[in-house]
Design a binder for this molecule. Structure first.
Ligand code: PLP
Length: 384
C-alpha cells in the first residue's frame, strides 16, 4: 500500500511528482484572464472565470488532499463558498436546517436570500442531538453546522448528526474555518461538504479574501458550474498567495494551537477575567468532546473581563501587540469585541443569555512569541 503523506508534506508538495530539470521550485503565477486554445478543439476553453487557471487548480488539489476529499474548489470569498455549496445541493421547495450558532453573514444569507430561491430555512440550537431529529422536515435536504463556534468555541460532535443525515438522505455541510484540516477533517466524520473561509487560516497572512469547498467530485462539479455563471472565480494572484500560505499551514496551526492554549491557561489564573473560553481548558463545556474529536484545540481564545465593556475598552487600549481588527487566522494576533461585531444585532441582555456578555473579547492568536503575548496581557491587566 502506498504510504500516506503527512499534512506538512501534503501542504507543501501536493501530489509528489517527478520534477523536470530547470523547472522553477515555486509555481509560476499565471496572471492571465485567458489562454490560447487549439483551433478546432471542442474542449472547454481555458479562461480564468471558469476556474481552470493553473493557480486555481493547484490549490484546489492541495486542499482536497488535506481534507481527504475527492475534489475541492476555491472561489472568491468564504461567503461565495457558502452560497454556492448550498445552491449546489438545494432546489426550490427544499428545506435547509441550520445551526443557529453560525457566522453572522451566513445567517443573513440563509435568512434574507434563500427564500427568494424558494428554499425554506429553519435554525436550531446545535448541542442536543435530539433537536436535529425533531427539526427535520419531509423536504429537508441539507443540514449546516459551523464548528468550533464563534466566539465561545463550542465543539459540535458531528458524527451522530452525520449518521442521521445518512439515514434521512440529507447532505451535511460543515463550515470548518476555525479548525482547518490540521485540527479537524469533517469528511472523515461523515460530512458531505466542507466549507472554508480561506481568508482565514488557509491563507494565513491577512492579505487575501477567498473561500473553498471540498467534497465529492460530483458536488464540486456542481459548485464549479455555479461559480462560472455567478462569477465567483478566484483571482490568480490570490490563488498564488494562498498556495504560498498553505505551505506553512501545518506549522502555523501547530504553533497557534500551542500558544493559544498556554495563554488560555495563564488567563484562567488571572482574577480580572470572569471567564476564559478555550476548548483545551478542562473548564470548557466541550473539553472531553474536543479531546476526542479534534487533533488540536485551535488558535482562538475568548476572555470575559469582569469590568464589562468599560474594562474591555481599557484593556484594548493598553495592549501593544494585538491589533484591534475583525477576522482571524493570520500570523498576527487580532482581537475583536463581539458586542460591536458578530453579536451587534443582539441586545445586551440577549448577549448575556448567549454567553457573550459585554466585556467579552475574542482573540485570534498569531505567531508572535508566547512569552511576549503573555507579558503584554499582564501589563494591560495591570492598567485596569
Ligand atoms: C470569515 C468567515 C466566513 C466568511 O468568509 P469571507 O472570506 O469573509 O467571505 C464564513 N464563516 C466563518 C466561520 C468565518 O469566520
Amino acid at each position: 500500500m502506498k504510504r500516506r503523506l503527512g499534512f506538512s508534506t501534503r501542504a507543501i508538495h501536493g501530489d509528489l511528482e517527478a520534477r523536470p530539470d530547470w523547472a522553477p521550485v515555486v509555481a509560476p503565477l499565471y496572471q492571465s484572464s485567458t489562454f490560447t486554445n487549439p483551433i478546432g478543439s471542442t474542449h472547454e476553453v481555458l479562461y480564468t472565470r471558469y476556474g481552470n487557471n493553473p493557480n486555481q487548480l493547484q490549490i484546489a488539489r492541495r486542499l482536497a488532499l488535506l481534507e481527504g476529499a475527492e475534489a475541492a474548489i476555491f472561489v472568491a470569498s468564504g461567503m461565495g463558498a457558502t452560497a454556492l455549496a448550498h445552491l449546489a445541493v438545494l432546489r426550490p421547495g427544499d428545506h435547509l436546517l441550520s445551526s443557529d450558532w453560525i457566522y453572522g453573514t451566513t445567517h443573513r444569507l440563509f435568512q434574507g436570500e434563500f427564500g427568494r430561491f424558494g428554499i425554506e430555512v429553519s435554525f436550531v440550537t446545535p448541542f442536543e442531538q435530539r433537536t436535529w431529529k425533531r427539526a427535520l422536515k419531509k423536504n429537508t435536504r441539507a443540514i449546516f453546522i459551523e464548528t468550533p463556534t464563534n466566539p465561545l468555541l463550542r465543539v459540535i460532535d458531528i458524527e451522530p448528526i452525520a449518521a442521521l443525515c445518512k439515514t434521512e438522505g440529507v447532505a451535511l455541510v460543515v463550515d470548518s474555518t476555525f479548525a482547518t484540516p490540521i485540527n479537524f477533517r469533517p469528511l472523515e466524520q461523515g460530512a458531505d461538504l466542507v466549507i472554508h473561509s480561506a481568508t482565514k487560516y488557509l491563507n494565513g497572512h491577512s492579505d487575501v479574501i477567498a473561500g473553498a469547498v471540498a467534497g465529492s467530485e460530483a458536488v464540486i462539479e456542481e459548485v464549479r458550474k455555479l461559480m462560472q455563471v455567478w462569477g465567483q472565480a478566484l483571482d490568480p494572484m490570490a490563488a498564488w498567495l494562498i498556495e504560498r500560505g498553505m505551505k506553512t499551514l501545518a506549522v502555523r496551526v501547530a504553533r497557534q494551537n500551542a500558544t493559544a492554549l498556554s495563554l488560555a491557561e495563564w488567563c484562567s489564573r488571572q482574577p480580572q477575567f470572569a471567564a476564559v473560553h478555550h476548548p483545551g481548558l478542562p473548564s470548557h463545556p466541550d473539553h472531553e468532546d474536543a479531546k476526542r474529536i479534534l487533533d488540536g484545540f485551535g488558535g482562538m481564545l475568548g476572555v470575559e473581563l469582569k469590568g464589562g465593556a468599560h474594562a474591555a475598552e481599557r484593556f484594548l487600549h493598553a495592549l501593544t501587540i494585538a491589533a484591534h481588527a475583525p477576522s482571524l487566522g493570520g500570523v498576527e494576533t487580532l482581537v475583536s469585541e463581539p458586542r460591536l461585531t458578530s453579536h451587534a444585532s443582539l441586545t445586551p441582555q440577549e448577549r448575556v443569555r448567549a454567553g457573550i456578555p459585554d466585556g467579552f473579547l475574542r482573540f485570534s492568536i498569531g505567531l508572535e512569541d508566547a512569552d511576549d503575548l503573555t507579558a503584554d496581557f499582564a501589563q494591560a491587566l495591570a492598567q485596569l
